[in-house]
Design a protein around this ligand. Structure first.
Ligand code: ADP
Ligand code: MG
Length: 238
């Protein structure tokens, strides 16, 4: 696993500056939650980190390596989305193994990785099922499993729980926290849910209109919000 450093990153879409000179360091093994209203640039920032969009200015480092010009595959950063995008015609086992088969990894290594991920996520008994025979929460676990088997340098989550009902959301949230403890992996997690942010984060980044309003622990943000926007968003009395 690795640290992440975002250094003066700017992203324009046409004439519109969507990410405005953002810098952030995420420590190795840290769980950072990005919050902010819809349209403030959270997904764009994740896509820039993953290499799915090119930065307009600035640099992105994974550990000591400048990955700004590297492809998504070279960055080895896993991204988990809210829509699970599983292959409907493949078993869970096959869904987990598929990305590895494309890497021409040997069969034993693939099987070992699939077993370890299934074990970690409680999917052992579901390996021969098709996605349509799974609940929403189970599908989301398979989607996370597909990221785990690649042994990525870090995980990015883009509102992974927003398609789940309240009960499943709490349960899956617990599983992601457990996973973070087991893998000790660096994670950047986007949500617009303040409760999720306050309960999961080592540090929270509050974004607004392409900038970072404040970065701090949940307690720091609650106790000493930098401005009214942060106070309003976090729900603290200022
Ligand atoms: P969030 O995830 O916080 O809701 P996004 O990162 O999706 O916000 O979007 C930030 C802004 O960038 C929005 O105004 C959105 O319309 C714009 N945007 C995102 N992707 C594109 C794109 N591919 N082309 C043009 N504008 C985009
Ligand atoms: Mg988004």
């Amino acid at each position: 696993m690795a640290s992440l450093s975002i250094d003066h990153v700017v992203k324009n879409f046409g004439n519109v500056e969507v990410i405005k000179d953002v810098s952030l360091k995420v420590k190795d093994g840290e769980f950072v939650v990005l919050v902010g209203p819809s349209g403030c640039g959270k997904s764009t920032l994740l896509r820039l980190i993953a290499g799915l969009e090119d930065v307009t200015k600035g640099d992105i480092f994974v550990g000591d390596e400048n990955v700004t010009r590297r492809s998504p595959a070279q960055r080895r950063i896993a991204m988990v989305f809210q829509s699970y995008a599983l292959y409907p015609h493949m078993s869970v086992r096959k869904n987990l193994a598929f990305g590895l088969e494309n890497l021409r990894m040997d069969r034993k290594e693939i099987n070992d990785r699939v077993s370890r991920a299934a074990d970690m996520l409680g999917l052992e008994k579901l390996l021969d099922r098709r996605p349509k025979a799974l609940s929403g929460g189970q599908r989301q676990r398979v989607a996370i499993g597909r990221a785990i088997v690649r042994e990525p340098s870090m995980f990015l989550f883009d509102e992974p729980l927003s398609n789940l009902d309240a009960k499943l959301r709490v349960q899956t949230r617990g599983e992601i926290i457990k996973l973070h403890r087991q893998l000790k992996s660096t994670m950047v997690y986007v949500t617009h849910d303040q409760v999720e942010a306050m309960t999961m984060a080592d540090r929270i980044v509050v974004m607004h209109d392409g900038i970072m309003e404040q970065v701090g622990t949940p307690l720091e943000l609650f106790d000493t919000p930098a401005n009214l926007f942060v106070a309003g968003f976090i729900g603290s009395p200022k």
